[in-house]
Design a protein around this ligand. Structure first.
Ligand code: F6P
Length: 358
């Protein structure tokens, strides 16, 4: 009997279930006697032995289901090495569960922080395989993470919906897009939704440049302006601060609930045009996975099963140039994949007239 542990960790996204289904379907075909143990709520389940013995039928009918059938939770990597509320060593707890259940390996569906913990467990001697989850698409080593395309569809739809009302009223509209510290989702949804201005963390913005773009459009007879703002967008002034200074500034708090509201207030004052903010928020992580994600997840999951069968552990399954392959967990862990401000995607966006505020 081969026992495989599986967990979903960190913020959820579409296609977690599709990925687990991909792993399970291939595992059950590759082994006659495999058993999958599903840990509940991510690493917490592994720490405190909250698990379910999964049956093949558990993975049926979930290809199109959003969320995660196992549940998830955020267990920040930096807190992994601090004891839990009972003074117990979390890493030791996870190792004990793994050993107690006589697991052959552990499959971790997670983003950046979760893969750092996966790497830590791998270094501690556990057989670990990572699968790249996140709507942010910021995992180093893979061209694409599952969840991203589905979130892009939702963010694009939000921009599409705003277009008509912005045009009717002749307003400036800001749509704040998720993405944590990177701008992939904003950049791609912004382009897909025909945004006039795109502000992302990788390209600090000058608010005067943004106001100029709005005024230019107005002068050219365009009644509205659509601005896609990444939740992590940063002004040139803030980007010039040291890490310590920025932390201090943030700790003081702001009168604005998010960067978009600050930009909206500044633009209204500088252009005199009615400006509104829309935040699709967690809807971007919700609902069913899009067809692209379902296919990607199936491929990534199947490859994870193959790695298990081949005894290749300590790997993150990735897609590069449309080929599914893997990279060592330690190579990817702790590195953010960011938008290259000089890369082709930004260049093409600029060629069609999109303003980045730089
Ligand atoms: O990492 C995915 C993500 O949705 C980010 O885009 C966002 O910054 C964060 O998670 C939100 O986290 P939470 O669900 O904990 O509010």
């Amino acid at each position: 009997m081969v026992r495989i542990g599986m967990l979903t960790s960190g913020g959820d996204c579409q296609s977690l279930n599709a990925t687990m289904r991909g792993v399970a379907k291939a595992v059950y075909r590759l082994y006659d006697d495999a058993q999958i143990i599903g840990f509940e709520d991510g690493y917490k389940g592994l720490m405190y032995s909250d698990y379910r013995i999964m049956e093949p039928r558990d993975f049926s009918g979930i290809l199109t289901e959003g969320g995660t059938i196992l549940g998830t939770s955020r267990q920040p990597f930096k807190l992994m090495t601090t004891p839990d509320e009972n003074g117990l060593d979390k890493v030791e707890l996870m190792k004990q569960t793994y050993k107690k259940l006589k697991l052959h390996c552990l499959v971790v569906l997670g983003g950046n922080g979760s893969q750092k913990t996966a790497n830590l467990l791998s270094k501690e001697g556990l057989n670990v395989i990572g699968l790249p989850k996140t709507i942010d698409n910021d995992l180093w080593g893979t061209d694409m993470t599952f969840g991203f395309q589905s979130a892009m569809n939702i963010a694009t739809n939000a921009i599409d919906c705003i277009h008509t009302t912005a045009a009717s009223h002749g307003r400036v509209f800001i749509i704040e897009v998720m993405g944590h510290k990177v701008g992939w989702l904003t950049l791609q949804a912004g382009m897909a939704g025909g945004a006039d201005v795109i502000l992302i963390p990788e390209i600090p913005y000058d608010i005067h440049r943004v106001a100029e773009a709005v005024k230019r459009r107005n002068k050219a007879g365009k009644r509205f302006t659509i601005i896609a703002v990444a939740e992590g967008a940063i002004s040139k002034e803030d980007a010039a601060l040291s890490k310590k200074e920025l932390k201090k500034k943030k700790a003081k708090g702001s009168i604005y609930p998010s960067v978009s509201y600050e930009i909206a207030a500044q633009l209204e004052q500088m252009t005199g045009i009615d400006t509104r903010v829309t935040i699709p928020g967690h809807t971007q992580r919700g609902g069913e996975p899009c067809p692209y994600d379902r296919a990607l997840s199936t491929r990534l999951g199947a490859h994870a099963a193959k790695l298990i069968h081949d005894g290749e552990f300590g790997k993150l399954v990735v897609i590069q140039n449309n080929e599914v392959t893997s990279v060592p967990l330690e190579e990817s862990a702790g590195k953010l994949k960011m938008v290259d401000p000089k890369g082709s995607m930004v260049r093409e966006a600029k060629l069609v007239g999109i303003t980045f505020g730089d």
